[in-house]
Design a protein around this ligand. Structure first.
Ligand SMILES: [Zn+2]
Length: 316
């Protein structure tokens, strides 16, 4: 099936003015409030082609948002990949050498391996190691409604409910292929307080994804308690959406180069009957394992060895 060129509605911000940072780390800005409090990191560009988070962070930096207490850090992660963005092949700027979101394991970070993403992760680690809350802002290939990926720990689900946005919470395990920033031990350990959430704001280059990134960031900040009452009030006052959580039960990996969905799914479809064929992977048919199966982030272009879709069920 040929793929139409994606529409790129968003204008990519020039990040050169933010390069110097004020933390000793390029593209990382951190501001302390007058009173003691928690350290909150808003992180964008974990994937270089997922630009909505960078737009949201630039808007907040331009607005000179400061915490009333604690510390607020703005981090543009894989800027080197972002700077390769090519409107003719926009997906290619996801990373340079490897996925920045698969290296967040102490053994890998402390190990001998080299890549540009690992080098960047190593430089960011010192500040990540001091975060009490982290929001990692992503987007998707498909036009799905936004999703908050909470992981399995109860503390993350509880905090995502306090944020109250977006409407769908996805409880998912880590990736077998390597630890995501959200799953870095500091956050994934259920016995320690730090919380990290990953938001998928919608399709990569739709204007709405930047609006959703900004709204999620504001609401996240309001929920952490570091904002002044005045800054938090408009976001606290916004109605929280009724949230539903989906528990991810299966991750379907494409084993061949001929993986194709039977329909052009965009995500959050609920397939009523168990045993319904949703995709072919070479000669293998992929069927839903149970009734009312939810499709989460079906990829538009499956790559052999990578996740093509996650399957889950609504928990309430
Ligand atoms: Zn991403």
């Amino acid at each position: 099936m040929p793929f139409a060129m994606p529409v790129i509605e968003l204008d990519l911000p020039d990040l050169a003015p933010y390069r110097a940072g004020n933390t000793g780390i390029d593209y990382v800005w951190s501001f302390a409030g007058a009173a003691a409090g928690r350290h909150v990191i808003l992180n964008a560009l974990t994937h270089g082609n997922e630009v909505c988070g960078a737009i949201a962070l630039v808007r907040l930096l331009r607005a000179k948002l400061r915490p009333a207490r604690g510390r607020l850090t703005f981090s543009f992660a894989n800027v080197a990949a972002y700077e390769t963005f090519d409107r003719a092949d926009p997906g290619a700027s996801r990373c340079l050498d490897e996925d920045f979101n698969r290296v967040w394991d102490a053994d890998v970070l402390d190990g001998p391996r080299h890549s540009r993403e690992l080098q960047r992760a190593r430089s960011l680690r010192a500040i990540i190691d001091t975060a009490d809350f982290l929001l990692d802002i992503h987007s998707m290939t498909v036009r799905s409604d936004p999703l908050m990926l909470t992981g399995m720990a109860e503390k993350h689900l509880a905090f995502a409910r306090r944020v109250g946005f977006p409407a769908v919470l996805v409880r998912d395990e880590g990736h077998a292929g390597g630890a995501r920033l959200r799953d870095y031990r500091r956050f994934s350990d259920p016995s320690t307080p730090p919380v990290a959430l990953l938001v998928e704001c919608g399709q990569h280059w739709l204007a709405t994804s930047a609006d959703i990134a900004l709204e999620t960031a504001w609401r996240f900040l309001a929920a952490t308690g570091i904002l002044s009452a005045q800054d938090a009030a408009p976001w606290r006052a916004r109605p929280t959406q009724p949230q539903r959580s989906v528990l991810v039960t299966d991750r379907i990996v494409a084993n061949t180069d001929e993986f194709s969905f039977l329909e052009r799914f965009s995500g959050l479809e609920v397939i009523p009957r168990a045993g319904t064929i949703i995709a072919w992977d070479g000669a293998r048919d992929i069927r839903t394992p149970y009734d009312e199966c939810v499709l989460i982030m079906p990829t538009q272009r499956s790559i052999r060895g990578q996740t093509a879709v996650r399957l889950g069920r609504f928990e309430e």
